[in-house]
Ligand binder design. Structure first.
Ligand code: ATP
Length: 377
């Protein structure tokens, strides 16, 4: 969900635009234009760097002056889990999963505290959706999501339908590297050119400039990595809008079909242009990560490998086989709901809980800020 400031900025822009033709429209919300917004408050809320629970909830659109001007329509059917030609047993399983996903998102499942937290947030994952960790949990989740990978990874449908989701980027890296090394083919390495472009707080770049080697090692939210190791047939995801007309948007997934020297060619596997092949070139990307005191400009292919992706990045995806790997519990409102609600099949969800010092096997945290539902019908 976008920060309410973004919607309020659009409101002000529309008022300014409409004022020039009809001055009275400046008084109207969005300058009198009808705007359709779509949202699910069970999903993740706006990202507020170092934000408290209050500031995160306060950043949602329902806390904006715009909210009282909205007419709210509710969607009531989980279209993602709609399937045809199911027998009665399968219908029962779909209904059970649909209800469990909603209860989880609404924070209505029974919860316990595990280490004396004030608010109990740990839920028991039903055995049907649990994947028991064996000696090697990464191998277990990869084998469940990508069975017979060596033979099948060239099949577009096979790759389109599955993904491993996990809360943090470091684990995504680990999973993707594990899978890339397991598949055949020569790998090509694409290295970025990194430049320190600006410091926040007015410090002189010379004073704070970290060595180039250090910049290169940084995994920065919203930027591709300095070192991208690709093989033919590997699934990738765009992390920038490149050409919306052709459906090349942030979040579009593709399969690598050619590895050039400074560009790649890839085939679209999601959205409206499935099967079309496009060249993807290196572009200039700038970090906006408030955790760093400087800004990095990175020239790199605007992609990430997506055998595995973060739960936050998976918002908007529909997948038949979803493996959720939890080396640690989720850390913000709606993350577990987003992850479990990606699935489009009653048999396509498995959660592998690999928390260290696991005192309550089969339990994990589900964070729901129930106060965000207050202004909703
Ligand atoms: N009217 C419909 N008929 C059939 N399938 C539909 C319909 N609407 C949506 N779907 C399917 O449901 C899935 C989810 O749709 P969509 O991605 O538009 O929803 P969304 O609200 O943006 O989802 P989310 O926010 O959870 O990512 C897709 O697989 C889509 O094909």
């Amino acid at each position: 969900m976008n920060h309410r400031n973004a919607f309020e900025a659009v409101d002000r822009t529309f008022r300014d635009l409409m004022r020039s033709s009809t001055p009275s429209l400046e008084e109207k919300v969005f300058g009198g234009k009808s705007i359709v917004l779509g949202s699910d408050f069970r999903q993740t809320l706006p990202v507020v760097p170092k934000g408290s629970r209050e500031t995160i909830v306060d950043a949602s659109i329902s806390r904006s002056y715009l909210w009282s001007h909205c007419r709210i329509f509710k969607l009531s059917i989980n279209m993602r889990l709609q399937s045809e030609n199911l027998n009665s047993l399968e219908i029962e399983k779909v209904d059970k999963l649909r209800k469990w996903i909603l209860d989880l998102g609404n924070g209505n499942l029974p919860t316990i505290s595990t280490c004396g937290e004030q608010e109990p947030t740990w839920i028991k994952i039903p055995d049907d959706y649990l994947l028991q960790p064996k000696n090697d949990p990464i191998k277990s989740i990869v084998e469940w999501v990508y069975p017979d990978l060596q033979r099948k990874y060239v099949d577009l449908n096979y790759l389109r339908e599955r993904c491993i989701l996990t809360p943090r980027n470091d684990c995504v890296e680990k999973l993707n590297s594990y899978i890339i090394s397991a598949i055949q083919g020569e790998s090509h390495i694409y290295l970025s050119a990194d430049i320190l472009s600006q410091t926040s707080g007015g410090s002189d770049i010379q004073d704070v400039s970290p060595p180039l080697e250090f910049l290169n090692t940084m995994i920065i939210s919203g930027l591709p990595n300095h070192k991208l190791e690709l093989k033919l047939g590997v699934p990738i995801m765009l992390i920038r809008n490149i050409n919306q007309r052709f459906g090349l948007c942030n979040g579009t997934r593709l399969i690598v079909t050619k590895l050039g020297v400074k560009f790649i060619q890839a085939k679209v596997i999601t959205g409206n242009n499935i099967g079309r092949i496009f060249n993807i070139n290196r572009i200039v990307l700038t970090s906006d990560d408030p955790k760093t005191s400087f800004t990095i400009t990175r020239v790199q292919l605007p992609i990430r490998i997506c055998f595995a992706m973060t739960i936050n990045k998976s918002q908007g995806q529909t997948l038949r086989h979803v493996g959720i790997y939890l080396p640690r519990p989720v850390f913000s409102h709606g993350q577990l709901y987003v992850a479990v609600s990606r699935t489009s099949s009653h048999y396509g969800l498995k959660i592998l809980i690999d928390h260290k010092d696991d005192e309550q096997p089969g339990y994990t945290q589900n964070i729901v800020y129930k106060e965000v539902f207050n202004n909703l019908p």
